[in-house]
Ligand binder design. Structure first.
Ligand code: AMP
Length: 402
């Protein structure tokens, strides 16, 4: 029997997954990719094999009440039945926040679930959905091992100064500190830097994860030394609907002068701000790019996004003491040549010499000349999770065998 495991990324009404063949020695190999959408309403499932050929397609009626629980159970039985010879041996989960407790991936048990529940207020948009998927399997299929992999872990060895807020030390001891996110994406990028340019793997690199959620990370020799996100996934760059860095005085103003309660203030900063808030039109970069030539609000939202990336990049260049490379990744970073051009042109003073044809032509390296280089490297958080899941499951089997 070929052991396989599934990597799960659970959202509010969606569940993305990939199924990997597991081998103790080699890199896990993806064999199926798929997603459920419309969970809790009109759910549907699409699965494709590694060549992109359709392997499954199904729709459920709203009255069937097909939610996350049903989707996970369906996925487990689909994986077990779809291909004779496959044995599902575990699940790997993308979990946003691991707090101080989890500096690396962990095999899920009751204690892990309780600890992750306590971190919900630090990532209210994502952690509850990540956790719900874990809890459902833990309750319904308790013998199926689950591995939780965290977006925060990659940053946990940052220098102390990068992790501290200037607040009373009792608060720091309580866990109020900078954690950073998108760690699985940064970890994957760090693992492939050397395939593109050997000197990048050992050099000073800024990775810009620019998707609906966005942050920058400073890598020194592939290790995170600073990042723009902090205690929660609100800090740093403006995002599709999140505000990014904000004077904390604004929150007091919202509470005292605007008479909002904490939940309303949180909702505005997480879901009504960023590209959506500034433009008043859309949270989607593609839409804003289409409108920008004739719409001043769309243009302003993009300009602020780029300006903040450049400002934060300057701060990370200072933390690194210089820069050898800049990597763009995630939806905007990988696909929006205009954003890349605007960022690199504003960072001209650092020595980036953008090569327009490469930037617009889909090349990996988009600069020329002797200065620092810039790159477009697609991220693969699922593979980072798969690598961890494979090794944690392997270690668990070894422990059982000994
Ligand atoms: P992600 O969260 O990584 O899926 O990224 C989503 C963001 O990427 C959205 O703002 C999309 O508009 C943006 N995006 C995806 N494709 C393109 C594209 N071709 N041009 C500009 N933005 C894009």
């Amino acid at each position: 029997m070929m052991p396989v495991f599934a990597v799960i990324n659970a959202g509010s009404s969606s569940l993305k997954f990939q199924i990997f063949e597991i081998s103790n020695l080699a890199e896990p190999r993806v064999v199926y990719r798929g997603f459920f959408e419309g969970l809790g309403e009109q759910a549907h499932l699409i699965v494709k094999d590694h060549c992109g050929l359709l392997a499954a397609k199904q729709t459920w009626n709203p009255d069937e009440r097909f939610g996350h629980g049903e989707a996970l159970v369906h996925l487990v039985s689909w994986t077990r039945q779809h291909r004779a010879g496959y044995k599902l041996v575990g699940l790997g989960h993308h979990v946003v926040h691991g707090g101080l407790e989890f500096p690396g991936p962990v095999l899920v048990d009751d204690h892990v679930i309780r600890t992750l529940e306590a971190l919900v207020p630090l990532a209210p948009l994502h952690q509850p959905h990540n956790l719900e998927a874990i809890r459902i399997i833990h309750n319904r299929l308790p013998d199926l091992p689950q591995v939780a992999c965290f977006d925060t872990s990659f940053h946990c060895h940052q220098p102390r100064l990068s992790q501290l807020f200037a607040i009373p030390k009792e608060m720091t001891e309580r866990g109020v500190r900078r954690y950073g996110f998108h760690g699985l994406s940064y970890e994957y990028i760090a693992s492939v830097l050397g395939h593109h340019d050997r000197s990048l793997a050992t050099g000073r690199v800024i990775v810009a994860h620019l998707g609906n959620s966005a942050s920058l990370c400073a890598l020194d020799g592939g290790v995170s030394i600073a990042t723009t996100m902090g205690f929660s996934a609100l800090d740093g760059l403006p995002m599709s609907t999140r505000c990014g860095a904000l004077d904390p005085g604004v929150v007091f103003y919202m509470l005292r002068e605007m008479k909002l309660d904490a939940d309303e203030a949180e909702r505005i900063l997480y879901t009504k701000s960023g590209l959506l808030g500034v433009s008043g039109i859309s949270n989607d970069m593609r839409t804003l790019r289409e409108l920008a030539p004739t719409n001043a609000d769309a243009r302003l939202a993009i300009d602020l996004f780029v300006y903040r990336i450049v400002r934060e990049a300057g701060s990370l260049i200072a933390a690194l003491g210089g820069i050898d490379g800049f990597v763009f990744t995630a939806g905007i970073g990988e696909n929006d040549a205009a954003t890349r051009a605007e960022v690199l042109s504003a960072l001209n003073w650092v020595g980036f010499n953008i090569h327009e044809k490469s930037n617009w032509g889909g090349a990996r390296r988009i600069t020329r000349g002797p200065g620092p280089s810039a790159w477009v490297i697609p991220t693969n958080e699922e593979l980072a999770i798969a690598r961890h899941t494979s090794s944690v499951l392997h270690a668990a089997r070894q422990r059982l065998a000994s």
